[in-house]
Design a binder for this molecule. Structure first.
Ligand SMILES: [Zn+2]
Length: 124
């Protein structure tokens, strides 16, 4: 493979990887913000760069387009996006009281809570 082709593939893959990383960070922040909005009031967020792609035309004029991340979150209930308390993964909470991503994490959390209460002397 030619060196320039290799460099081009690596550059493209790195760009995609950074986009996915940034989207994950934005999703965590948006999920948290959406849950706070329900308690407080409606907010407008404009600082999430991953929402948009910006093209600059030959006259230097910027044209913004909603990118794949912006399309994916549009009209979704972001208060359902949670970060698992035990493993840190993002998950979709079907129920409002769901705190963990899976049954194994839920069991670990229950045991951790029980141990904390036991150590405080609740069961003695
Ligand atoms: Zn988990």
């Amino acid at each position: 493979m030619a060196r320039s082709t290799y460099d081009s593939i690596v550059t493209s893959a790195l760009s995609e990887y950074r986009f996915i990383q940034q989207s994950g960070r934005d999703l965590r922040r948006l999920g948290k913000a959406a849950r706070e909005c329900r308690k407080d009031r409606r907010h407008r967020f404009t600082s999430y760069s991953a929402f948009f792609a910006i093209d600059i035309d030959e006259n230097g004029i910027a044209h913004t387009h909603r990118n794949a991340f912006g399309e994916a979150v549009d009209e979704e209930n972001l208060s359902k996006v949670r970060e698992c308390e035990m493993c840190g993964r993002l998950f979709w909470a079907g129920r409002d009281d769901k705190e963990c991503c899976s049954v194994p994490c839920q069991n670990k959390r229950r045991k951790k809570r029980w141990k904390q209460e036991y150590d405080k002397g609740k069961y003695q």
